[in-house]
Design a protein around this ligand. Sequence first.
Ligand SMILES: O=C(O)CCC(=O)C(=O)O
Length: 288
Amino acid sequence: MSFTVNPISPVLGVKISGLDLAKPMGDNLVAEIRQTWLDAGGLAIFPEQSLTTEQHIAFSRQFGPLFGAPGNTPLQETVSRYLHPDHPEIYRVSNRMENGEPKGRAGAGTYWHSDVAFKAQPAAASILYAIEIPACGGDTLFCNMTAAYEALSDTMKEMLAPLRAVHDFAQTAANQFARPVVIESDLKGDNRTVHPVVRTHAQTGAKSLFVNPGTTVGLDGFTPGESAALLGQLFSHATKPDFCVRHTYTQGDVVMWDNRTLMHYAVNDYGDQPRYMGRTTEIGEVPE
Ligand SMILES: O=C(O)CCC(=O)C(=O)O
């Protein structure tokens, strides 16, 4: 193997060292990285990287088509002002201002979620590059929804098998973000869809829970009270510390996570200390 792999926790994640992601990679190396990432539950940290925006995109593109690339689906309209002005493949997460405009979305993802779950084809990998980080704070938590699924009783697994969940960005917009950034299309169902509650990973065949507090508004065929009770139980089960890891950034980290098998939560505890991250987002399959 042409790189070094160190687990960051028994439940999830590896650190992959000895690679320069700015350099072109052959298909074999890309396949090795993908397999290592999948074997680690879908979380890999690549430390000490120095990437231009173009190199970040070029690295990401090798793992699949990207939201926002020419000819591909864009991310939803709400975040369009936070995209890189010259590279719409890059979604910027930042509390910094530039020429009186936000340089990225401040406080993005401060709730458990899976990226773009409200679209028919949600995200597969997200690849986040830590460009500027606070002296302290601004970590991201990840939880392993495959491990959480596997720990359920057989009776619960059987009950969940046929269920479908409704996902709606309006829920995120209404509950998580300041009103002025909510736009009409968020609230009229353009970013609403239904997915299985348990999905099977297209590459590994593993089953995972695929519901999240950020976008899941209910379970098909259940009353609101029944949905809330069952979803609440699944969310508190999945976010138990046993299934989670917390990543503390060093500047130059590239973090690649699999939205098909993980939820994540960005901790907004760093006040005015500058934080600036760029994210590419791979368009995944229709969940089955
Ligand atoms: O900034 C972070 O730590 C992650 C932000 C987030 O939740 C996302 O990009 O989906």
